[in-house]
Design a protein around this ligand. Structure first.
Ligand SMILES: [Zn+2]
Length: 57
């Protein structure tokens, strides 16, 4: 049986230059808090913290 979880796509936005570098999926039931991840930003050319953003379109 295929289970449909409450997964939603989120953007990971560089907190330094605000560019949307990554798209990921997260499970709402797992995480209540906002995601903050250390990711490599091409624009900054270094690792920066990326915040999740659900603003699509
Ligand atoms: Zn950046």
């Amino acid at each position: 049986m295929a289970k449909k979880g409450p997964r939603e796509k989120v953007l990971l936005v560089c907190t330094v230059c605000k560019s949307q570098n990554y798209v990921t999926e997260r499970n709402k039931t797992n995480l209540e808090n906002k995601l903050v991840l250390n990711k490599f930003c091409k624009k900054c050319r270094k690792y920066t913290s990326h915040k999740e953003s659900t603003k699509f379109k």
